[in-house]
Write a protein that binds this ligand. Structure first.
Ligand code: ZN
Length: 113
């Protein structure tokens, strides 16, 4: 097994490699459970905003479209960064994805300007 928190090899089938990782990992798991609903809500809102943005651009209202698209990306990015997932790989994905989405939001926002 690999430590759920730091990724180091653990002894036998232990989920965490040491007491420190167990404490940190379990705290993150609790946080992940608690933030599951706001996380999902934020992603849904972000998706709605992004779809609205694409629809506006398609309808020829590019200015408002880019604003919505940018807002949607930013919301998804912030959601992923603010509510880390409990799993190590899911968490890493959230960090990278959130950063990318936020950078994309800034790029689209500059396009809007
Ligand atoms: Zn560890």
């Amino acid at each position: 097994m690999k430590c759920q928190y730091c990724g180091k090899k653990t002894v036998g089938s232990a989920v965490y490699c040491c007491a420190y990782c167990r404490e940190k990992g379990e705290a993150r798991e609790r946080f992940g459970r608690k933030t599951r609903v706001p996380f999902a809500v934020m992603l849904v809102l972000a998706a709605v905003a992004a779809v609205a943005g694409v629809a506006l651009i398609a309808a020829g209202k590019a200015d408002n479209g880019f604003l919505f698209l940018s807002g949607g990306f930013a919301l998804a990015g912030i959601g992923m960064l603010a509510f880390p997932r409990s799993g190590r790989s899911a968490n890493a994905l959230c960090q990278v994805g959130g950063t990318l989405l936020f950078a994309l939001a800034v790029a689209v926002f500059l396009l809007w300007r």
